[in-house]
Design a protein around this ligand. Sequence first.
Ligand code: GCU
Length: 618
Amino acid sequence: MKHSIFFKTILLIVLANNVPAFAQQPLIANIESRQTQTLNGMWKYIVDPYELGYYDYRGQVRDTQNDPNPSETFFLNYKPVHPSERVEYNFDASDNILVPRDWNSQKEKLFYYEGTLWYYKAFDYTSVPNRRQFVYIGAANYEADVYLNGKKLGKHIGGFTPFNFEITGMLNPKDNFLIIKVDNKRGLEKIPTVNTDWWNYGGITRDVQIVDVAETFIRDYYVQLSPKDRTSLDVWVQLDGKNKANQKVTLEISDAEIVTTLTTDENGFAQKTLKTKVLNYWSPQKPFLYQVNLIHQNQKLTEKIGFRTIETKGADILLNGESVFLRGISIHEENGIRGGRAYSREDAQMLLGWAKELGCNFVRLAHYPHNENMARVADEMGMMVWAEVPVYWTIQWKNEATFLNAKNQLTELITRDKNRSSVIIWSVANETPVQPERTQFLKLLIETARSLDKVRLVSAALEQHSVEQFANIHTIDDPLQQFVDVISFNQYIGWYSGLPESCKSVVFDIKFDKPVIISEFGGDALQGLHGTKEERWTEEFQEDLYIETLKMIDKIPQLRGVSPWILADFRSPRRPLPNIQEGWNRKGLISETGNKKRAFFVLQEYYKVKKEAFETKK
Ligand code: GCU
């Protein structure tokens, strides 16, 4: 089906069927460099499994009613004015909860909770005239309905990407209240769908801030090297506000001796490609970041940005024109030591620090967009990044709303991280079944990524299988291979199929002259459990599996990277085995308490050799 007819059909159905419009108010870039007031800290909450605060007993959505019943409509934060009055909720008298954090790891009673929970934060705010304010939320899993001072601001769907709503003119000097209904219930039509091998952490998992900007401000911008050309820089800026047309915006990169001015068009947009001198190109060995300033009138936005090119040539992945081997590890966004979702710079430094110790120059952030701190710390540490949207296993490929949801999550991810030098690959899916609707769905996501970002590579974690009659020959029978830049697949030979021994006879037959990444392999081991290498769940079994697997995959001529599953043990509701798993997927090379397993050192040694081989080859 032709691309545009598909989209046209989608739009018509969206309009006709009131499929929720996923596209939000456009994202504001680089919050870190803006004037903000944080709302992080202690909030109040109400657990609402029957969604009393949202639906009346006839199932009508209260925030669509003209006169919702205040005694049950939570977003009104109504207080009884007379002792006889019936009001059946009271945020001020409710329990406390931290933001940012998932609710599961904070409250024993919420550990398994999947449903609606209402967050409440009261705050004062001093705003000055001719300024605009937005509430910016780093992420809330899964569906968030946001209200300020009793007014609905909007809804966001998707648990791992940021969103913002304008609140100019809605703030009072005192006693504002922000109420956010967060619902992490799983659903077949959702992204991800009902079945995942990770914990469905619910809540406001990342920062919440009030962003204060000028009436007309630089909302978004892009500063990256042109694709395949290290001597020119592509720049665009987008102003937002009444006076956005015909405005001068200055780009300053003093260390690169660049000062240039862009003039916006009637839509407040300006772009330019400018020649540069030879730059200090960003790489894992030298993660050089330039101070980039964008100035409009008296507003100055500043950001640290690295410049590098990334491309493929035949089976090679070229970083700044040089062939690289991606010495990787897969990571879930979890801090097993504290418990719960990772969110802070410190969490990112811990996880990426472990990857660095392993000898990595690459991480696969699985299976959903991780917090912005991960990509920023990866920029600083010199770690290349694979970023992914949670199109995971078997979703509703024919459902237009599901497609729009996936597309929106991908768009929000790329919009947020498009200036990160560390991010080199966008992944649109993981282990999805080969069928026409699926391939069409993913093909359109790939086109979406390419339309939003001309620089980075696109891939997806595919599956492999043995060829009939030749059990030792394994291949990837997936038409999606022709649409991706890098052929990536997960393989669990020696764990889900056979024993490590079977790796010895396996040969991969990959037909494409494209780089190959093994995006997952591994096996569970309980840290501290020792035995023979034949005994599953022991460190010795996992160690042997790594030894045999690395030898097996090293025979693939197009192999240019690996990201074994996984850096650290992580929580999963699919892992009940008593005394071994206890709700943890134990494929980590490090336990949830931070202790390394024997296989950690096998991979560390393999990367030492790979590094020498690849870097001395130059
Ligand atoms: C899959 C999947 C992971 C999962 C892993 C496992 O391949 O992509 O999300 O955790 O295998 O089974 O441990």
